[in-house]
Design a protein around this ligand. Structure first.
Ligand code: GDP
Ligand code: FE
Ligand code: FE
Ligand code: FE
Length: 187
């Protein structure tokens, strides 16, 4: 599937601002993939579809989690975390993408996971640092992303955990697993 074809499939599923974010994630992911020796074509497709399920109704996402292989513990966490796992499922079913590495990087793009693949890291980090993002501490993460993929992802997980804790929010276990695994690798 080429880039224009993939973007045309995606477009009706998103609002304009989310579509624009996706194009920036795609450009950032292709750049990071080039720097870190990751398959640029897989990075492009995964980035294009990473937020595919972002606007599915919460009740529909809940049904997909309940009725498929998706982890049930998601239901105990904020519904904002559901669009990654549900997106991977729907991108396979509705778009026909079968590449497991691509599907996994979509699944885990919000939380990360232990033993993230290089493609997982590219999508996770591109989503965090795309030029439209304005998180506190974002410039440190952008610099870290140019030092190493592990260092950039580590800092993104660290910032996310610190941000969620400052808001007294629960943190999904995969986010901690990602942080711990990256802490050992970042140097
Ligand atoms: P987006 O879809 O492009 O907006 O970005 P993400 O897929 O990364 O999801 C965004 C939201 O999920 C952000 O508001 C994060 O703070 C939040 N988030 C990420 N990890 C966790 C977590 O472990 N627990 C909770 N509750 N929220 C999280
Ligand atoms: Fe997302
Ligand atoms: Fe993210
Ligand atoms: Fe995103």
């Amino acid at each position: 599937m080429d880039q224009n074809e993939a973007l045309a499939i995606l477009k009706p599923h998103l609002k304009q601002e989310r579509y624009d974010h996706t194009v920036r994630v795609m450009e950032t992911a292709i750049q990071l993939a080039g720097v870190y020796g990751v398959d640029e074509k897989k990075a492009e497709i995964a980035a294009i579809f990473h937020d595919y399920a972002k606007y599915r109704p919460t009740e529909e996402m809940k049904k997909w989690i309940t009725s498929t292989y998706l982890p049930k513990d998601l239901l105990h966490y904020h519904h904002e975390l559901w669009h990654g796992p549900v997106g991977a499922l729907l991108v396979e079913r509705e778009v026909g993408i079968t590449d497991v590495e691509v599907l996994d990087s979509i699944h885990y793009h919000t939380t990360g996971r232990t033993h993230m693949t290089p493609l997982d890291k590219v999508i996770f980090l591109a989503d965090y640092i795309e030029p439209g993002r304005k998180f506190p501490g974002i410039d440190d993460v952008r610099e870290a992303a140019q030092v190493s993929l592990d260092y950039g992802c580590w800092m993104a997980t660290k910032n996310t955990i610190a941000f969620l804790m400052s808001k007294n929010q629960p943190i999904y276990p995969d986010t901690f697993y990602a942080y711990n695994a990256l802490t050992k690798r970042k140097n």
